[in-house]
Design a protein around this ligand. Structure first.
Ligand SMILES: Nc1ncnc2c1ncn2[C@@H]1O[C@H](COP(=O)(O)OP(=O)(O)OP(=O)(O)O)[C@@H](O)[C@H]1O
Ligand SMILES: [Mg+2]
Length: 240
């Protein structure tokens, strides 16, 4: 019988909730409003991989690689060391995507080329973990007639078929009811979706995590409180 292979999340307290981790080779969406912890959550997935000898690639869109290094350092993670050792690469999505487009008519780039090039990078580095933070730029490519939803479906499919990585895609919060926005990667297309949000608890704001879906995984519906702590990052385990 086929057994779902698991990839550890790097988040203390999350693996037991997910029968050991994310389904290997799939794309997991981490969604949430600004400041809810998406970047740290994604970074931690790579840091966990590095500790296990699994190389990683981080494609940053909103922030430059230097910002990501600084964010990591603030949590006690020496990412520069791993870059020097060629175990980690941080790419700037803007530079990366525009470098794929030529002049004039050639300016048009498509998702096949964007992901094809990324796959080349992944394979050269032999990366096992990939982060697109946020993934939006990959489905909002210029000059394309394809609907966002179809682009997203294609992105997930190409990630699955052209590289062996387990992927974290981040996106801004999508409303749980009503129209799904263009900025959100539709949750039904990915293998897993995790929502980070701020909630009010006993008159105070608290960070919360909900596993909205995880294919092949018995997830009990629950809201988990978490903290962001120096040296640990996102943790579901109480420090008390
Ligand atoms: N070194 C640190 N120690 C403790 N908490 C931190 C540290 N660095 C950041 N944080 C907390 O994490 C929050 C931001 O997390 P993060 O950047 O991962 O959010 P995000 O969801 O990616 O935001 P955005 O949508 O703006 O990119 C900060 O607002 C801060 O409260
Ligand atoms: Mg972020």
């Amino acid at each position: 019988m086929i057994q779902t292979e698991r990839v550890t999340t790097g988040i203390p307290g999350l693996d037991p909730i997910l029968e050991g981790g994310y389904p290997k080779g799939r794309s997991i969406l981490v969604t949430g409003d600004p400041g809810t912890g998406k970047t740290i959550f994604a970074l931690q997935f790579l840091v966990e991989g590095l500790a296990r000898g699994e190389k990683g690639i981080y494609v940053a869109a909103d922030e430059g690689p230097a910002d990501i290094l600084e964010q990591g350092a603030s949590l006690g993670w020496d990412l520069e060391k791993h870059i020097e050792q060629k175990e980690l690469a941080i790419l700037n999505a803007g530079t990366y995507l525009s470098s794929l487009s030529g002049a004039g008519k050639e300016r048009q780039i498509d998702i096949y080329k964007a992901i094809g090039d990324l796959a080349g990078f992944v394979n050269r580095l032999e990366a096992k973990r990939l982060v697109l933070d946020p993934a939006g730029p990959f489905v909002l490519l210029r000059d394309t007639a394809m609907r966002i939803q179809d682009q997203t479906r294609l992105l997930i499919k190409l990630l699955r078929t052209s590289m062996p990585t387990t992927n974290i895609l981040t996106s801004y919060g999508v409303p749980r009811t009503g129209e799904r926005t263009l900025h959100g990667i539709e949750e039904y297309l990915v293998a897993g979706a995790i929502i980070l949000e701020m909630i009010w608890k006993d008159g105070q704001l608290a960070r919360s995590l909900v596993v909205e879906k995880m294919r092949c995984t018995d997830v009990k519906p629950a809201q988990h409180e978490f903290e962001i702590v120096k040296g640990r990052g996102v943790t579901l385990e109480s420090l008390g």
